[in-house]
Design a protein around this ligand. Structure first.
Ligand code: C2E
Ligand code: CA
Ligand code: CA
Length: 877
């Protein structure tokens, strides 16, 4: 706004001066314009932020010098009437040229980083200077051009003004057009200097009388005004400092280069037109200078050109070297896939020549890449010119193994420098193999190489989907090894791993090719039979039998012959089945198989699911039973049938759950065994039973009192069991012989060698071993000899038979005889009827337990029984 207002005022004043020069008010207006211009320039220059200003305020300084000169001159004119030819004013004016050359050389027009930015303005200035000097020379010797009688200083000073104008023009001209763009500030400066030159020539060449309108002033004032505008313009910025060599040699520059040559010609022509005898010598000198300048400039141009070519050649060599030494094989092919030039890199990659004209698909076919794949890639590239198409081409031969090529193809047929489809490929075989390996690892079990759970679930998912369409129902078998933990515990994990590998191989050998065998984790395997119809009728049952049978042969592991068995759960998919539900259901059935005595298969039935849920609930609740003091022991007396005296007790655990109520050991002990909770529970039972026995022995010193504790197979196999027994004995202080550990027959069968070893260790502690539920298991006589057993407990099921007659009693007779032969104590369990008691007596079985004598009693009640006179058992009938 201020700038526009100032401009208007300047223009108005300029107009006044131009039309009415020579009168004091008009002279004052001239002064106002020149000082106003200086002031405006200063104001405008300060307005810009530091980074957008010129480096030096050259324009305001130049205008200040001019205004000072004008002021001095005008004051002298007003005071003396006629100012001297040369005065301080001239010094000030000349100084303004110094400032102007500052603008030209360092000014705010941009282009300082352009090549030749220093040399070219100097050359331009020199050319302009020499032409101007020549013109001045001619004008000064021409008497008609200049007043005679002036001193040399005056003539020198006056002539120097147009000469300096010309120099400025030379310095500024090259800046006007840079990088093909006109710089407004430089253009204004140039226009201003041209106006000054006209003004100065007007001053030199015309008389005041002839210049009635003050045209000489016009040039100066317009020039000043144009200069004053420059600081208002923003500083030019060079967007491309590292300009390419050869830039800045457009027609404008060429014109500038040759323009000075017109100077001497013009001088000759003017001299000839005015019929002046021109001295040719200065002209020759100026021509020589101009030629020298032109030579230097041409040389610079040539150097620029050479530099540009060198850069291009270096770029080309660099591209070649990069292509030659990169791992990529590059070929340029035409639309038909034929090489448009030899490709050394391609021949390096393929190990055969790749000359121009060969077909790329055929070339790659040599390493087993399908030509159709290559052709398809080229077609895709052609469809979208310029856009790179990623390639992944499988290949390879049976003899050499698989090969993978990666890379890209770009259709650059439109690019005149390329003119073809650029195909670059490189060997990605190693990466591909690694990826395949990783994918295999992600879906396979590292130990056995079988499918893992993820792959199994994935296959099951697919099978279910296919089944939905084909109407078949896939079958899942979950197989858990029996007694694997014992192998791991006794022989170590390495042997355990070996065993798992053997099992995996055997299982995989039994199924059909289309079926999946997976290791789900630990010792749990699964088989997916996608199309059970292919197995034939009852085929799945056969398969389960085959799976069990294949494991029967003992495995020889580091000198140990390990026999292994498995429990199998089988489920057939239903429409609503999911992979996970199949696994869960098969798992439930598998647990049934375990509970039913292991080494067998069980078909899943929906009712099992509810039981399993209940089982899971029990397991969860059981975890807190010990801490919650929900467990207690009851004691069932063992009676001597000869005296009917109580000679001992069997401790039986009870669980009173706050919401579930009383849960019998038949229900929770198997759960505790499966969950591993039987170890801490058993430890507690041992300690509690021993403590009770100690208390009772102290209270009734005369009565020989034994305490029997039930021990599960899982407890026996545990590493801490021996220590637990020793601890219970030590803490309670009872005699080891008064503690009997009851072990079921089935606990012996799983791993006879290990159990025999453990029982021998227990025996050395002094405790007695009872074989519980004797007769229900499969133990043979050889077993009995192998184990250090002290007591046989005849199972209730045999005692029950005693109520009948004849045949049935023979079994009990046999069992009692066996015990006697082996010198073992025999206890009959579950005696409910007097007839059973009497038959036992007659068989000379001396010890018995059963509801006939007493049910299991709370500790307090049991002790009351001890207190009873003669320690007779209750209610002998
Ligand atoms: P078991 O070792 O054979 O224990 C005898 C079971 O027979 C007891 O059942 C007992 O109450 C019951 N019984 C005793 N006399 C008679 C009778 O005349 N007629 C009938 N029908 N039954 C009689 P209970 O207490 O329910 O125990 C069941 C099983 O739970 C036990 O069988 C034992 O194997 C297991 N068990 C009990 N307590 C423990 C324990 O602390 N640790 C372990 N590992 N197992 C235990
Ligand atoms: Ca028992
Ligand atoms: Ca029993």
């Amino acid at each position: 706004m201020c700038g526009a207002l100032g401009g208007l005022v300047l223009a108005a004043l300029t107009w006044t001066v131009l039309t009415r020069t020579g009168e004091p008010p008009v002279d004052a207006a001239y002064l106002a314009v020149s000082t106003g211009a200086a002031a405006a320039a200063w104001w405008a220059d300060r307005r810009w932020p530091q980074n957008r200003r010129g480096r030096h305020p050259w324009v305001p300084i130049a205008l200040t010098c001019t205004a000072t000169g004008d002021l001095v001159w005008q004051l002298t004119a007003w005071t003396t009437g006629s100012p001297p030819d040369v005065s301080v004013a001239d010094v000030s004016w000349l100084a303004s040229y110094i400032a102007l050359s500052g603008v030209a050389l360092t000014g705010r027009f941009g282009g300082r980083q352009v090549r030749g930015a220093r040399l070219f303005p100097v050359l331009d200035g020199l050319a302009a200077l020499s032409v101007a000097l020549l013109l001045c020379w001619h004008s000064s010797i021409d008497s008609s051009l200049l007043e005679q009688g002036k001193s040399t200083l005056t003539r020198l000073t006056w002539n120097s003004l147009p000469v300096l104008d010309a120099l400025m023009i030379g310095l500024l001209a090259w800046r006007v057009v840079l990088h093909g763009r006109v710089r407004p500030a430089a253009a204004l400066m140039l226009a201003g200097v041209v106006c000054w030159l006209l003004g100065d020539l007007g001053w030199l060449l015309t008389t005041p009388a002839a210049d009635g309108l003050g045209l000489r002033h016009a040039g100066w004032l317009v020039g000043i005004t144009l200069f004053a505008v420059v600081p208002f313009l923003p500083q030019s910025r060079v967007r491309n400092p590292g300009a390419l060599p050869g830039s800045g040699h457009g027609p404008w520059r060429i014109a500038l280069n040759v323009a000075p040559f017109i100077g001497p010609v013009l001088a000759e022509v003017i001299g000839w037109a005015r019929d002046i005898d021109v001295n040719p010598f200065p002209g020759v000198v100026v021509w020589t200078v101009l030629l020298a300048i032109a030579t230097v400039r041409t040389r610079a141009l040539a150097l620029d050109g050479e530099r540009a070519w060198a850069a291009v050649r270096s770029q080309a060599r660099r591209s070649d070297a990069l292509a030659a030494h990169s791992s990529d094989a590059v070929a340029v092919v035409d639309a038909a896939g034929l090489l448009t030039q030899d490709s050394r890199t391609m021949s390096d990659l393929l190990g055969r020549p790749a000359p121009r004209g060969t077909s790329l698909p055929d070339l790659l076919a040599a390493i087993g890449v399908d030509p159709a794949d290559v052709a398809a890639a080229l077609t895709r590239a052609r469809r979208d010119p310029g856009a790179p198409v990623e390639l992944e081409l499988p290949g390879g031969h049976a003899a050499t193994g698989p090969v993978w090529l990666g890379g890209r193809a770009v259709d650059l047929r439109q690019d005149p420098d390329v003119g073809g489809i650029v195909v670059s490929v490189y060997d990605i075989t190693a990466r591909k193999l690694a990826e395949t390996e990783l994918a295999h690892q992600a879906f396979h079990d590292g130990l056995t190489g079988l499918a893992n759970r993820s792959l199994f679930l994935d296959r099951a998912e697919q099978a279910l989907r296919r089944a939905g369409r084909a109407g078949t129902a896939p079958v899942v078998l979950v197989l858990d090894l029996d007694g694997f933990k014992d192998v791991n515990d006794s022989l170590g994990h390495l042997v355990g791993d070996e065993l798992l590998k053997v099992v995996a191989t055997r299982l995989a050998g039994v199924v059909r090719a289309g079926d999946t065998v997976a290791r789900l984790g630990g010792d749990e395997f699964a088989v997916l039979v996608e199309d059970p119809a292919g197995e034939g009728p009852a085929g799945v049952h056969d398969l389960a039998d085959r799976l069990l049978a294949v494991l029967v042969t003992p495995v020889d592991l580091q000198g140990h012959s390990v026999s292994i068995a498995a429990s199998i759960g089988i489920v057939t998919a239903e429409p609503q089945s999911t992979p996970l539900s199949l696994l869960q259901d098969a798992d439930i059935a598998m647990y049934r198989a375990k509970a039913a005595g292991r080494a067998q298969w069980v078909l899943f039935e929906p009712a099992m699911r509810a039981e399993a849920l209940h089982r899971i609930e029990l397991e969860r609740e059981l975890a807190g039973a010990l801490e919650g003091c929900q467990l207690r022991l009851v004691y069932q007396p063992v009676v001597d049938l000869r005296t009917e005296h109580v000679v001992g007790f069997e401790a039986l655990v009870r669980w009173q759950h706050p919401t579930l109520g009383a849960v019998g050991p038949d229900r929770f002990v198997p759960v505790a065994e499966a969950a591993g909770l039987i170890v801490p529970i058993g430890r507690w039972v041992l300690a509690e039973a021993c403590a009770t026995a100690a208390r009772w022995q102290r209270a009734h010193p005369g009565t020989p009192l034994s305490m029997a504790v039930n021990v599960s197979a899982r407890q026996l196999a545990g590493t801490s069991f021996l220590a637990d027994v020793a601890q219970a004995l030590a803490t309670s202080g009872i005699q080891p012989r008064s503690l009997t550990l009851e072990i079921t027959e089935t606990a012996l069968v799983a791993d006879p060698t290990a159990v025999a070893q453990r029982l021998a260790e227990l025996h050395t502690l002094g405790v007695r071993i009872a074989l519980d539920d004797f007769g229900t298991g499969y133990s043979s006589l050889s077993y009995l000899r192998q184990f250090p057993v002290d007591v046989l407990k005849i199972d209730r099921s045999f005692v029950e038979l005693l109520s009948g007659g004849g045949e049935d009693a023979a079994i009990v007779h046999g069992l009692v005889q066996l015990g006697r032969t082996l010198q073992l104590e025999v206890v009959a369990e579950g005696v409910e009827l007097p007839v059973q008691r009497d038959r036992l007596r007659s068989e000379r079985c001396h010890l018995a337990q059963g509801y006939l004598f007493s049910p299991p009693l709370e500790a307090a009640d049991a002790e009351l029984l001890l207190l009873a006179a003669g320690s007779r058992a209750v209610a002998p009938r």
